[in-house]
Design a protein around this ligand. Sequence first.
Ligand SMILES: Cc1ncc(COP(=O)(O)O)c(C=O)c1O
Length: 396
Amino acid sequence: MTTFVHQNLDVSAASVVASGAALYPAVDRVSAASTIALHPNTSPATDAQRAAIMENPGFGKYFTDNVVRAVWTKEAGWHDRELIAASASAGGLGINALHYGQSIFEGLKAYRHADGGVFTFRPEANALRFQRSAHRLALPPVPTDLFIGAIEALVRQDEVWVPTDEEQSLYLRPLEFGSEGALGVRPSMHVTFVLMASPVGAYFPQGVKPVSVWLSDDYVRAAPGGTGEAKCAGNYASSLIAQAEATNNGCDQVVWIDAIERKYIEEMGGMNMYFVYGEGANARLVTPKLTGTLLPGVTRDSILTLARDLGYQVEEGTITVDQWRAGSESGEISETFACGTAAVITPVGRVDSKNSGSWNIADGGSGEITMKLRKALVDIQTGKTADTHNWLHRIL
Ligand SMILES: Cc1ncc(COP(=O)(O)O)c(C=O)c1O
């Protein structure tokens, strides 16, 4: 039983599995940058320093000049909403987040369109997931207006960091953590929200390439009742050893299997998965259903809609390791891909494992439907095609 509930918590939105309603419902646009006090960095990077970084930004290596930060306490709720220099620090070594992992985060991107405008993609969905993650970690939810307002304020302030190359973008990293300096094991009574931003390059600078995956037989990512559907720091800490095992076995990524029966495919590294049965107009797409142990990806959710727009059948269902192998070998499964904010859509080309054998995906992973969906999604994000679902949020 939950004995500690923060103020303003909308418990109806707490669990994806229990909610039953649309995962990320359509929303009215929220705009609240004006509630953020602006105290920007007085010595930002010079034009030359920034240009050198933007030449080859990589992923998450460099940060922009500023962050937005807000603080929560029981007495005052969310306050001290301000944009400050990124170098300002947020607490000492005693903070709860470092010792007990009371820490959650989000990831989304701002894209510059050809007309110079800057947009984010479904930021309200990330705000909602952040609130659900907060509930699971006994943190106070960051209100949607603070979440969106922080994004608007930071992207406007640090606009020079939004790349103009269409393959690049500004990655936005909202972070919330227990920042009380106290070693008692209980929810932190001082909580910090920070939004930081990092210019990022093309995920596949040499063009999209199929990845090879390692099935994790020894390590489990999430169990029922655990934190699998929350985007919390601990999930990533516990996944690192399995990712290292994948790398040691010559694979790019790890694929997680369910904790109880040890046979259902759940997700891949930091991405959700789709399996394509059949080919052409009759293709049917299946993505593992959200059981509470998978992270409910915004990209996954968007593909459910886009695939239907393109005329494919789409299902949220189950697929076992044996079905994946047999279907790939017989050609019944024509394509497999993974999806997430960082790499958008990534074809899977080969599977390897300790206990379940190795196999190739039917066409080596250069799937036609995979690439069609990728283009449909990227074209919306980058403004090349009409945003018929009202997914883009204009910032500039
Ligand atoms: C474990 C995990 N699964 C799936 C995803 C994909 O989610 P999204 O599409 O919202 O980026 C992510 C990335 O956030 C993740 O970390």
